[in-house]
Design a binder for this molecule. Sequence first.
Ligand code: IDP
Ligand code: MG
Length: 136
Amino acid sequence: MSNSEQTLSIIKPDAVERNLSEEIKNEFKKNGFNIFKEKKVKLEKSEAEKFYQIHQSKPFYNDLCEYLSSGPIVVMVLEKENAIVENRKLMGATDPIKAEEGTIRKKYGISIDKNSVHGSDSSENAKTEINFFFKE
Ligand code: IDP
Ligand code: MG
């Protein structure tokens, strides 16, 4: 694990609610990710607003924060070589309709908003997001 990297992954409310957490965790494990940390939480809307503040100017921001705080989520720190990019590949496109065959969003996503998983998109955001949920 010379270039092992960490990224933040979230199994979103739509997937937790459909009891897909174990199946999705297996997707990560099968694809060589180590689940280094894991916890199940339910966010307050104000916490979701803080987590997604990067999107605050987007028209879907309010719905997005309502949604992320609508039910339990599973938050994980995933480790792998090039974990950030590798996780984004495994997740697939934001809109499940556009996601490639074999990706998590293609398999499990319901719609562009209920797309089952979140993954950090840069090394800076990975650090911020890991710290948000797992502050030492
Ligand atoms: P990502 O999750 O693939 O990184 P982002 O563009 O960062 O996608 O958007 C964050 C989340 O906001 C998405 O996962 C999705 O749930 C939601 N979202 C993105 N674009 C739209 C949209 O056009 N309408 C509704 N929700 C959206
Ligand atoms: Mg994003």
